[in-house]
Write a protein that binds this ligand. Structure first.
Ligand SMILES: [Zn+2]
Length: 306
């Protein structure tokens, strides 16, 4: 998920790039609500990672994937349930086998319809992408913690990470190419996206997310495809980890000194913008501070929505 914007969240498959043999990325071109999309090929099958938002975007992605597959079997997975990542899965229904982790399947079931309604309320470019036959579909195959998908000569590792950006995040690793698709657990060139919208959605966990990033950053991936922003090296993971630590430490330090909520937001926001002047998405800092305030050790037994 990204900030609300009036630009049209159009996926442009013509910009597709081959970052490794039989491993394509359709880049987001830095357009809000457009994700980086992956197409991973083996000798027997092809896996698509994320769909783009709505029918027309997903039809383009399916068409490209079918062209690449040349008759090979198609699979789809989504990194998490947010609209630009998963709300095109209906187009793949009956054409590809849709796999996802159980926590994400639960997010789709419990929160999918509400998010579809919310995003349909965002105005014409976004609402237009979601009108008509867009619906939230359940994955065909649901796994608990991990699933190794054999594409023929290439094994892809689907791994549930535990709660971070959402309750149901998963990452997709392609070990032979050293590539990791992270979904919105990592973004480049912008502040980490905290979908913290109390009382409606408080599933994001800054502390859970940091734990996930500490683990992923230590795993030795050579190439990282973030949910949004430029593809990069392992530093993409290290940068997000470091930012989350910074956000936690600066928030908690002020919380320790009993500073008020709005003052904490103002100070942390100013400080982090000064440290990362080139990053976009400044509106996510405040949400991150709000989330981490409720995760402060002295308040974790209280109602996080209170
Ligand atoms: Zn997201």
């Amino acid at each position: 998920m990204n900030d609300v914007s009036l630009s049209d969240p159009a996926v442009h498959v013509a910009g597709v790039q081959e970052i490794a043999p039989e491993l394509l990325v359709v880049p987001d071109r830095r357009i809000p609500l457009v994700p980086n999309i992956g197409i991973i090929g083996g000798t027997e099958a092809v896996l698509v990672v994320d769909t783009g938002m709505g029918t027309a975007n997903a039809e383009q992605v399916l068409s490209l994937a079918s062209e690449v597959a040349e008759g090979r079997r198609l699979y789809l997975t989504t990194t998490h349930f947010h609209p630009e990542h998963a709300f095109g899965a209906h187009v793949f229904h009956g054409r590809a086998t849709y796999l996802a982790n159980r926590a994400q399947a639960e997010d789709l079931k419990v929160k999918g319809a509400g998010y579809l309604e919310m995003f349909r309320g965002f105005g014409p470019p976004v609402a237009d992408r979601l009108d008509g036959d867009v619906r939230v579909v359940a994955p065909d195959v649901v796994y608990d913690d991990g699933y190794d998908l054999d594409l023929g000569g290439r094994c892809v590792r689907l791994r549930a990470t535990g709660r971070g950006h959402t309750k149901g995040d998963q990452v997709i690793g392609v070990p032979d190419a050293g590539v990791l698709f992270t979904g919105d657990l990592a973004e480049t060139g912008q502040f980490a996206i905290f979908p913290w919208f109390p009382p409606y959605d408080t599933d994001v966990s800054g502390i859970g997310w940091l734990t996930v990033m500490e683990r992923l950053a230590a795993d030795g991936h050579r190439t990282v495809v973030p949910g949004h922003g430029a593809v990069g090296g392992p530093q993409v993971l290290g940068d997000v980890r470091d930012y989350l630590r910074e956000l936690r430490d600066e928030t908690w330090r002020r919380r320790d000194s009993a500073m008020g909520g709005s003052e904490i937001v103002a100070e942390v926001r100013a400080l982090l913008i000064e440290r990362h002047p080139e990053w976009t998405g400044q509106e996510w800092i405040e949400k991150g501070v709000g989330c981490l305030c409720t995760e402060h050790p002295t308040v974790t037994d209280q109602d996080p929505t209170g």
